[in-house]
Structure formats: structure tokens, C-alpha cells
Design a protein around this ligand. Structure first.
Ligand SMILES: [Zn+2]
Length: 221
């Protein structure tokens, strides 16, 4: 392997590790471990074996899976939303509804409605995509290495329904230094004054009593 390939590999690995490391996950658990627990409980829930509350069960209760067949998403979403959120597409820069949107409120997952990005953490990155320096609650997203474009990036997914949101980079502003580069097609906007009512409905639909404490941050000041 040529020296520049080694340097390039090292650089990319450092980038991914630091992007994921900086943001971390709930309880600082490794990604794989948390996902495994979620998978186990999702399977148990399907087979009706979830009465017995194990440590895994209570953990996964905070991350229920909102799983729907492909036909459901095709019907619920517009073609553009479906292409980006369910097929990991990317909208054109400066084309989406929210890159230049400045109202006060919360941006929610277009598929399952999870409150993911607060307008207070939105900034103008100049990229043409809505950009945020943090998420509402890091337990509501999943990060994955993404090599699909030939460059290694860190993909951001909704943890509840696995919708593709965009990517996170290490060149964001303070205080986190992160830049969540998100597709407008993957999100909806809810004005802050409507959040209490919205959160109630969303929690009911997704079944998220365990996240009550975490979502308080998006309820009006
Ligand atoms: Zn979602």
C-alpha cells in the first residue's frame, strides 16, 4: 500500500471515530451493543414474548422500532421524501424546503415524527442543506459509517424508524464542532407553540413513555 493510501486511510478512520466519539450514544454504549439489544426486544415484541422485563427490555423500551412495510412509506411520503428517507437519496443543494428556513420550532422525522433537530441548533452552513450543531436527543438517532459515495462519511439515521436523514461532519461550529447536514426531504417542521400537543400525539403513536424526560427539551420555554 502506498504511503498516501495509508495516510488517507488513517485520516478517514480518525474522522469517523472522532465524529462518532464526539457525539457518542446513550450511556456511552458501543453502537453495536445497543442495536443488538433493540433487535432482541423487537423480535420478542413480535412473538409476544416481551412480558419478562430484562435489562435489555427496559433499555429497548426507550428505542421502540417503528417498522412499516415499503408500501406504507410509498403511500405516506412524496416521491422525493421516499427517495431520500427510505432509499438513502440526497436532495440537490439549495432545493429543499428548509435550508433557508428560520422559524422557531422543531424539525421532526418525516417518517415517524420523532423530534430530531431544534431550530435553536440550526445554523447557516452555506451548503444548501439544513444544518444543525446538535440533535434534540442523541438517543433518537443512529450513526453509521457510509462508504457508498467512495468517500467514508458518517450517516445519520432516525433510530425509531431507520429513515435516512443525511450525514454528520466534524467541521461544525461551537459548542459541539459538529455539522449535521440534513435533507429537507427527511424532515418536517413543527412550530414551537404546537410542540406540547404534537409531542403528546407522537408519543402515543410511537409508544414512547420512556422518553418523556428527554423530549421535555423541545417543549416551549
Ligand atoms: Zn423516524
Amino acid at each position: 500500500m502506498a504511503w498516501h493510501q495509508v495516510v488517507s486511510k488513517l485520516f478517514v478512520s480518525t474522522f469517523i471515530v472522532s465524529a462518532i466519539g464526539l457525539y457518542g450514544f446513550a450511556d456511552d454504549e458501543p453502537l453495536q451493543k445497543v442495536e443488538t439489544e433493540v433487535d432482541i426486544v423487537a423480535k420478542k415484541a413480535k412473538t409476544g414474548l416481551s412480558e419478562k422485563k430484562s435489562k435489555s427490555a427496559s433499555k429497548a423500551q426507550a428505542f421502540p422500532r417503528y417498522s412499516r412495510p415499503d408500501s406504507f412509506w410509498r403511500k405516506k411520503l412524496t416521491q422525493g421524501q421516499y427517495y431520500v428517507a427510505r432509499k438513502k437519496g440526497t436532495e440537490l443543494a439549495f432545493s429543499g424546503a428548509y435550508w433557508n428556513h428560520h422559524d422557531d420550532g422543531v424539525y421532526t422525522c418525516v417518517c415517524c415524527g420523532s423530534p430530531l433537530f431544534d431550530a435553536e441548533a440550526k445554523f447557516d452552513s452555506g451548503t444548501g442543506w439544513p444544518s444543525y450543531w446538535q440533535v434534540v436527543d442523541k438517543s433518537l438517532i443512529k450513526l453509521h459509517p457510509d462508504t457508498s459515495s467512495g468517500v467514508i462519511r458518517t450517516e445519520v439515521n432516525c433510530r425509531i424508524c431507520s429513515a435516512h436523514m443525511g450525514h454528520v461532519f466534524n467541521d461544525g461550529p461551537r459548542p459541539t464542532g459538529l455539522r449535521f447536514c440534513i435533507n429537507s426531504a427527511s424532515i418536517n417542521f413543527v412550530p414551537r407553540k404546537k410542540m406540547p400537543e404534537y409531542i403528546e400525539k407522537w408519543r402515543e403513536e410511537i409508544g414512547l413513555p420512556a422518553l418523556e424526560k428527554n423530549v421535555n427539551g423541545v417543549i416551549p420555554h
